[in-house]
Design a protein around this ligand. Sequence first.
Ligand code: F6P
Length: 326
Amino acid sequence: MKIKKIAVLTSGGDSPGMNTALRAVVRTCAYNKIKCAGVYRGFEGLINNEIKELETRSVRGIINRGGTMLYSARSEAFRSKSGRKKAYENVIKNNIDAIVVIGGDGSFTGGMIFEKEFNIPIVGIPGTIDNDLYGTSHTLGYDTAINTVMEAIDKIRDTAISHDRLFFVEVMGRDAGHIALNSGIAIGAQDILIPESEVGLDDLIVSLRRSKKLGKTSNIVVVAEGDKTGKSVFELSKKVKERFPDYEIKVSVLGHMQRGGSPSCFDRVLGTKMGVIAVESLLAGKSSKMVGIINGKIELTPLMSAIKGTSKINTELIRVSKIMNI
Ligand code: F6P
């Protein structure tokens, strides 16, 4: 089948660079003289027929903007067969031949089911700050997020030093420690707690004691949202306080500010390349694939592997962090 119109949507948690990729998809369609439709609010918008044609000029001025011009949603309705059927009716109504899904693993799972049920070609662009997809060393938005986190913790460090305080800083990463590990190295964290490697409360206490002995008067511990050392970062800080009653301990949860902001140069280049390849792949008859970057080269990975495989953390960074804390 000759593709004449490609739809693009952003889905799940937004990430800096989604707009950049969207712009690249729209312009690559125009370059190839095919139509492009923007679907608003992810799969929810596909069900509700929130679809608008986009042209080259529709995406001007967004390359540097965080968030997503198309809005995003986590669609409950798309999980049901009846929801997907409604979405398919709108695919037909709008003459859509293929879809580019910009999102994370949940969005790709939905896209894959949809492709299988209705035979509509899908290509995914990994847009998530978590960097938790197999088949790409960097997801779109991850680089911006770690720089945002680094800048925020640098500021926390200033006040931590002034007051001789220990800070637990929670960063995003529901199931993955990439953000915590990389930002933790960049800010010189005393300890980095991530779901992939259990430090445990006792080892953390040993490390903090040693740091006190070495004369450190303040400290930063970076904790990934998905880490299980405590039930929450607040409970963890309480437990540590019991062991260090004289140490003033504060908790800072960075939260959603990590997902916003203007994309970094890296994410803008990555998003642009991914958008171009996503459209070119569909035009070349390739589907059910995720566009990723491996060793600096754009590669396609089956969507199924991207979701099922794990994006391993760089264990060398754990070793490096330990050496830094001598
Ligand atoms: O998947 C990206 C992510 O930012 C996670 O790190 C975080 O746990 C989650 O989204 C938060 O989702 P929501 O914006 O729905 O609260």
